[in-house]
Design a protein around this ligand. Structure first.
Ligand code: MRU
Length: 356
């Protein structure tokens, strides 16, 4: 297995915990400006998640866990019972910022569970337990990224073209990314390949984030608009698709950024394998199929405007679902930190990860 520490050191960090303070890289300003913003209140963290200053399923899981520490820092003078009641309230509040990525609720539930079972005698001690657990979630996410990188890299062969959608990179996680982890590992092993990054309307995560971080790391990346994917595939330029995911249902149905299902259908048409990089923290064992995954609907202005400029008529009716669900039969494999899981998904997900 490759030691990925060196690659990781060169990648941008979405979430930083330093001297007891939370800093988030404001991704709404990328790629023009790189600004780390200190988070002082639960409301600020909620807003940062909501407006996508921090985004990507694993990164919001980590930011939510630290966000609970930010929220509880000022309550350390409470009695233990009141501290726990407040902590549950703050966790529910942070969890309400975005609905689709399961990692946010998963991380917050884990924080609350660990805190409630801790043998401590004061709120000050319990606050320390919260911080320790948030750091553990952060470190664990780095390990999950490395595992997906090592398991997915052998799929990438010399000369291949790989299409990705949205940003499932270091900016969306704690380190190597999910979809990008196999790319970073293969690149560091000297394998030459090309990546095509879908622009990803309406918020341009592919253009602003994926193409930026891959270009910075020296990977050969070409930006295309979403509606160019079919044409590029038809020209034989794509050998494989790798995307990330916000939530995988127990049967292997995959929620990811809006447009992902279209890419999967195109990939099937052209006989191109469609892989999903999925850390175990993104598997939702309690949701049997993709039909049960809540899909976030965002504000109209993201669709009616292109950047600051309005591009649609006033009073036009708009839909803005932020995610879609790709049926499991279109998925060639789930690249996880343990292994690549293939169909039958219900059986294999359960066998490999079970339910904790
Ligand atoms: O709305 P976003 O930018 O948070 O959406 C992110 C995605 O859809 C990613 O592909 C997904 O979270 C996986 S990130 C490793």
């Amino acid at each position: 297995m490759l030691d990925t520490t060196l690659i990781a050191e060169t990648l941008p960090r979405a979430v930083t915990w330093s001297d007891g303070e939370l800093y988030l890289l404001d991704q709404t300003l990328l790629p023009q400006e790189t600004v780390m913003e200190k988070q002082e209140t639960a409301e600020q963290v909620w807003e940062s998640i909501r407006v996508l200053k921090v985004r990507g399923a694993p990164a919001i899981g980590v930011a939510g866990a630290y966000g609970l520490c930010v929220a509880m820092k000022g309550f350390q003078d409470l009695g233990l019972t009141d501290f726990i009641t407040e902590m549950e309230k703050q966790a529910a509040y942070l969890d309400s910022s975005r609905p689709t990525a399961v990692n946010l609720g998963w991380g917050l539930r884990r924080m609350v569970r660990i805190a409630k079972s801790a043998k401590v005698s004061s709120a000050v001690e319990l606050y320390k337990v919260l911080v320790t657990e948030a750091v553990a979630i952060h470190e664990e996410d780095k390990r999950l990224c490395r595992g997906m990188g090592n398991n997915g890299a052998p799929l990438i062969k010399e000369g291949m073209g790989i299409l990705t959608h949205c940003n499932a990179g270091s900016l969306a996680t704690s380190e190597l990314g999910t979809a990008t982890a196999p790319m970073y590992v293969a690149h560091s092993q000297g394998v030459k390949f090309r990546v095509y990054a879908d622009e990803t309307r309406p918020l341009l995560q592919g253009a602003r984030l994926t193409s930026w971080e891959l270009q910075k790391s020296g990977i050969d990346v070409t930006l295309i608009t979403d509606n160019m994917a079919a044409h590029i595939m038809s020209q034989g330029l794509i050998d494989m698709v790798i995307v990330g995911t916000d939530r995988v249902a127990a049967n292997g149905d995959v929620a990811n950024k809006i447009g992902t299902m279209g890419v999967a259908i195109l990939a099937k048409h052209f006989g191109i394998p469609f892989y999903v990089a999925c850390p175990s923290s993104t598997i939702d064992h309690d949701t049997p199929t993709g039909a049960g995954i809540p899909i976030e609907e965002r504000e109209d202005h993201e669709v009616t405007n292109f950047g600051a400029r309005r591009t649609a008529p006033e009073n036009i009716k708009v839909r803005n679902p932020a995610f879609d669900v790709t049926p499991n039969e279109l998925v060639a494999g789930l690249i996880t930190e343990k292994q690549i899981i293939t169909a039958p998904y219900t059986e294999n997900i359960n066998r490999i990860f079970g339910q904790d």
